[in-house]
Write a protein that binds this ligand. Structure first.
Ligand code: PLP
Length: 360
């Protein structure tokens, strides 16, 4: 066998592999709930299994590459032209395409930190330079500092709204002020993966901002509120030429027919969706109020998860939660992100947090 190995791009060295939320333990042990990936605890929405079942009988065929049915449904729902839409393998797939389409070596991609952990990975895969702007002490995007950090090399800025993992959201006035400071040739990606859970009326709908601003692109996903994380489908709403660039950078046939049909059926089950999201938001309020009552500082969350800044105790806390039967998402040295899940799971988490607080 040859001693040499294929030459890989130097940029890949040191890029961490994306770390998924830890699965719940399987087997005969105590019940374990997964609160580590911001998934939806509910089964598929009404009509979804039926439509997926029909699509499953045609696996021997490639999917509709243009995602025609889904694109039409989205165009109608958002009141946007078909040419302003692009689908992808989850919104993380679309985010990667956006970076590929805009940024390469010598270019800068900016985002808050801490934020969605895929941003540094997809930036460095493209060979671009990550510019990470710390969150404010209250764990919110520091949009003034981000505007100050723009350079003539900035090509793309992610604004994760609400932010993963802190759940905090930026409001209309501050976001508009920021957008006014961003040059028109810099793409601003409003990553709204958790949009459906937002209840603060001051938090803008990115689609409204996109309408007036050709450099704004909105990312949405079917993975969270819609409960289709396992099927991998997300989409972007953006003006030309951004949407056209997304269609060019897409992996052909990336979105399966199952995913397309399930997404359409989910969009049509709006009432059930709103009911479920409403229940999760109620649970979120209960979780946040209880934690605060226990003495924790919890930032206001507009997403389906909460953030506890535990610093050096982060990993210990995650271990205690796991022993109790809930798997949470630790970011060592910083904090844990805990998805709002089934009531029983939330109860276990709250009880564990209460016990831990006493010795914190
Ligand atoms: C902020 C944010 N954006 C995008 C994604 C990606 O979701 P998906 O690729 O499943 O659509 C996630 C998932 O955790 C997220 O938290």
């Amino acid at each position: 066998m040859s001693e040499t190995s294929p030459k890989l791009r130097a940029e890949l060295e040191g890029i961490p592999t994306y770390k998924p939320g830890k699965p719940a333990a399987a087997g005969d042990g105590p019940v374990a709930y997964k609160l580590s990936s911001n998934e939806n605890p509910y089964p598929p929405l009404p009509g979804v299994l039926e439509s997926v079942g029909a699509a499953a009988g045609a696996f021997n065929r490639y999917p509709d590459m243009a995602c025609t049915g889904l694109m039409n449904e989205l165009a109608d729902r958002f009141g946007v032209p078909l040419t302003h839409l692009a689908t992808g393998t989850g919104s993380v797939g679309v985010a990667q395409q956006l970076v590929q389409a805009t940024s390469g070596p010598g270019d800068e991609v900016m985002y808050a930190w801490r934020s969605f952990e895929a941003y540094p990975i997809i930036t460095r895969i493209s060979g671009a330079t990550p510019v990470q702007v710390p969150l404010t002490p209250g764990d919110v995007h520091d949009l003034d500092a981000m505007a100050d950090a723009l350079t003539d090399r900035t090509r793309l800025v992610f604004v994760c709204n609400p932010n993963n993992p802190t759940g905090t959201a930026v409001r209309r006035a501050e976001l508009e002020r920021f957008l006014d400071r961003v040059p028109g040739d810099v793409l601003v990606v409003l990553d709204e993966a958790y949009k459906e859970f937002v209840r603060d009326v001051e938090v803008p709908d990115g689609v409204e901002l996109y309408r007036e601003r050709p450099n704004v692109c909105v990312l949405r996903t079917f993975s969270k509120a819609y409960g289709l994380a396992g099927l991998r489908v997300g989409f972007a709403i953006a003006h030309e030429p951004v949407a056209a660039a997304l269609r060019k950078t897409a992996v052909p046939f990336g979105v399966s027919q199952l995913a397309q049909d399930a997404a359409v059926a989910s969009l049509r089950a709006e009432d059930a969706l709103l009911g479920r999201v409403g229940s999760l938001v109620c649970e979120r309020t209960r979780v946040v109020d209880t934690l605060r009552g226990q003495g924790w500082t919890v930032p206001d969350t507009q997403a389906n998860f909460v953030w506890l800044r535990l610093g050096e105790r982060t990993v210990d806390f995650a271990a205690v939660c796991e022993q109790a039967g809930v798997v949470v998402r630790p970011f060592a040295g910083e904090g844990v992100r805990v998805t709002v899940g089934e009531t029983e799971a939330n109860d276990i988490f709250l009880k564990t947090a209460e016990g831990f607080r006493k010795e914190f």
